[in-house]
Ligand binder design. Structure first.
Ligand code: NAP
Length: 285
């Protein structure tokens, strides 16, 4: 099995690390426009061979794992270059624009649109991890548009990586993910900004920062190169979620101004049910 990964960072790198371990017969070819990442991936053993787009005709399995704006232009080229029996998957955090971009491509049936809901705040091949996808959800969109035999091939790999599969149409994916992922990143970035701005004048503030601050602001370490195009591509859904979030923040501020601590208590009590929701998610895993 010749597996090509285009974009050898956190997601693509982690995926091929597992594939390498689980399929010893697989050879991993890496393509990346960042020469340093290519060298690191070779040194770390994330890939076996550095390749170019011209080699893609040999591929059995192609993972496209680049920022979502890059994927829009790159994916049609990849489909042009692969053979009739290759399966090409893309792992970007938005799904509607990419599904639209290749909707009429003659090799649409060679493509499977996915979003593995797994990750960290780190980037590049040094961030690649074994078992990143174990017990995580992989959202697959428009599966009926992928050739059945190629679906089976991809699903076998997802299953061996330990992923749970959820099927969704691309518009629903982008709407739901705006709330549970894109909004969380904005919230973390802006919390980080608020504290950094304050710290300019109050040096002690970080001495007092505990694990609560650290876990809430963790996502603010994420790559702007990856996140700016995600917000651009999912602008309408992100704006909708942001409006609702701002309205909740404003409401909370108003309760505080009004000294309405009973309402604040009740508000927090009702949101405490997030515990059961999150426990339910880990039980399902
Ligand atoms: P990453 O660690 O930054 O890796 C992306 C790699 O692609 C980098 O080496 C990057 O090089 C390279 N690249 C950029 N443009 C390229 C091009 N034209 N041709 C070839 N390589 C190119 O990013 P990641 O976190 O793995 O994310 C990859 C994809 O997965 C994104 O679409 C993202 O939305 C999605 N995703 C991310 C997460 C997460 O938590 N991080 C979770 C699920 C899905 P440079 O660094 O030089 O640009």
């Amino acid at each position: 099995m010749k597996v090509f990964v285009i974009g050898i960072g956190l997601i693509g790198g982690s995926m091929v690390l597992d594939i390498k371990a689980l399929y010893p017969e697989a050879t991993i070819y890496g393509i990346d426009n960042n020469e340093k990442h290519l060298q690191q991936a070779l040194e770390l053993g994330v890939i076996d061979i550095a390749a170019t787009m011209e080699d893609l005709h040999e591929a059995d399995f192609v993972i496209v794992s680049v920022p979502v704006n890059v994927a829009l232009g790159l994916l049609p080229q990849v489909l042009d270059l692969v053979g009739e029996n290759a399966i090409v998957l893309e792992v970007g955090s938005t799904k509607n624009p990419i599904c639209k971009a290749i909707a009429n491509h003659p090799k649409r049936r060679n493509f499977i649109a996915t979003h593995p809901i797994a990750g960290t705040e780190f980037s590049g091949p040094l961030a690649a991890l074994r078992n990143l996808f174990r017990d995580k959800t992989n959202i697959i969109c428009e599966v009926e548009k992928t050739a059945f035999k190629l679906q089976e091939k991809a699903l076998e790999v997802f299953k061996s990586l330990g992923m749970r599969i959820r099927y969704m149409d691309p518009k629903s994916h982008d709407k739901h993910i705006a709330y549970v992922s894109h909004l969380s990143h904005i919230s973390s970035f802006m919390l980080g900004k608020t504290v950094i701005n304050k710290e300019k004048h109050e040096q002690d503030i970080f001495d007092m920062a505990g694990s609560g601050f650290e876990s809430t602001v963790r996502l603010a370490k994420s790559s702007p190169a990856m996140w700016t195009p995600i917000f651009e591509q999912n602008k309408a859904q992100v704006l909708e979620s942001l409006e609702e979030y701002i309205s909740n923040l404003t409401q909370f501020r108003d309760l505080l101004v009004q000294d309405d601590y009973n309402a604040i208590y009740d508000e927090m009590t009702s949101v405490n049910k997030i515990r059961e929701i999150l426990n339910g998610i880990s039980v399902k895993k």
